[in-house]
Design a protein around this ligand. Sequence first.
Ligand code: CA
Ligand code: CA
Length: 201
Amino acid sequence: MRSLSGLSFSLRACILGLTLAVWAGSAHAMPVWLDFEDGTPPDPVDDFYLASGVSFSGAEWTSNFGHPGSGGALGIRAEAGFAFSIDDAIVAVFQTDVTEVRVTALNVGEAGARIDAYDAEVGGNLVDSFEVVGISQLGTDEFFELKVLGTNIRRVEIYQPLETMIDGVWFDDFHFTLVPEPGTAGLMALGLGLLAVRRRR
Ligand SMILES: [Ca+2]
Ligand SMILES: [Ca+2]
């Protein structure tokens, strides 16, 4: 087998670039955590976290009222109110693909709480879903972490799957893991590879 030093400069640069591209794609998945402590109830969340890679619709800030499961003073709820259906779901659209989404659901009772993950900003295929139902009617102080996994999640919808008039829920601590755009990561890695080869000459 030929040694690496026997290969041409451009081939070495190419190998290094490809190696770095693989490394960048696997190692640079970026976890993001929104604690919702930086808003004002009852403002809509909308594009407040766009710089973090996500935009919301149908969501507004709420007090956590000190309930167990709270991460700090504030969380989010549906703009339709604490009790809401899929028609008024909280929708989060990600700027790039994400691999994992987690959110804490507070005071989950008989109407439950559910998260659906899709592979497109609108429509698309259902990638994963997670549903919980509380033990008591109102679910006071019952909280759960909802979690969905996939390779290409672009949107999640969060709602109460079972309709009742009085059991409300709200949410806190929204986590997701961003996957870097392959094009960007690959170009960056190729650039780094060429720089590394130049420095070695
Ligand atoms: Ca919080
Ligand atoms: Ca409830």
